[in-house]
Write a protein that binds this ligand. Sequence first.
Ligand code: UDP
Ligand code: MG
Length: 321
Amino acid sequence: MAKEKLSIVVSAYNEEANIAALYKELQKTIKKLPLKKVEIIFVNDGSSDKTYEECLKLQKKDASVKIVNFQRNFGHEIAMTAGMDYAKGDAVVFMDADLQHPPAYIEQMVKAWQEGSEIVLTKRVDNLSTSKLYKFMAASFYKILNMLSDTHIPEKMPDFRLLDRKYVEFLKNFNEHDRLFRGLLSWAMPRDKVTVLDFVAPERFAGESKYNFAKSLQLALNSIVQFSVKPLRFSIYLGILTAMLAGLLGIYVIAEHFILNKPTPGYATIMTTIIFIGSIQLIMLGIIGEYIGKIHMEVKNRPLYLAEFIEKEEKDAQKNH
Ligand code: UDP
Ligand code: MG
């Protein structure tokens, strides 16, 4: 297959102050790439600032800039999906808009791809914008996630990657709404033909991170539920555990009555038991609810996003008419 065209997909949500700077950096790299054609697809994820206008400005000067414009915010994962749907390249590079994914690495990614890799991943050896506590929490989270998940989901693998057309087409077959690219990709990952590049993520160029604590937690819970049904099995184990505890308590109460001749007031034991069992039931219902909620959302099978694709006729294309 030809390896001459590259699409660079950039997801942007309220990144007005980053678009121009990113474009400038991208141009420096694109010039060096041994490729016939490179398109940049900005996916504006329903920004409320001037991100879209910034992209339009670039497109006026440069027809290789394409825009996928979302009518509202659909989230980062869906933005990447839409970019992938519109990309025409023989390979697609995914990256953030805030320059935390330095464009200079694209050169090495393309080199690895042209030398035979079908997937080029990046590994964040350090992230200059996160605190020690956050790093610790993230590391613990990935440990738990991978204990629970049937698919290995790698830590420190940001959404900065190159996929060969073959994998782009493959990933398009996944119709799930609630999606985690990282997980889908590791589900489909071949054993060979994968290159991993180390990089250090610099601080954001401008603006603030869109992932606050609540959003990160939501992403964390989602990724557990999406890739594993093990939490459902918990109810069985918890049930057995509580049954055993109840048995022990029963034996103790009987022994207290008949051997020690000192019965405990009834209400204390009853209340403890009721509260204990009650809370476990609530937790289990919550877990089951999570899964049912997901099923509910998925069976509706709504379209993933509502977008318009803005493209300017490219000069070489015009010549052919
Ligand atoms: N992003 C997006 N939609 C969202 C949230 C974020 O397209 O709903 C984009 C954002 O503009 C950025 C990338 O996803 O290009 C990563 O987001 P961010 O930098 O806020 O995350 P962090 O690097 O702090 O994890
Ligand atoms: Mg960022």
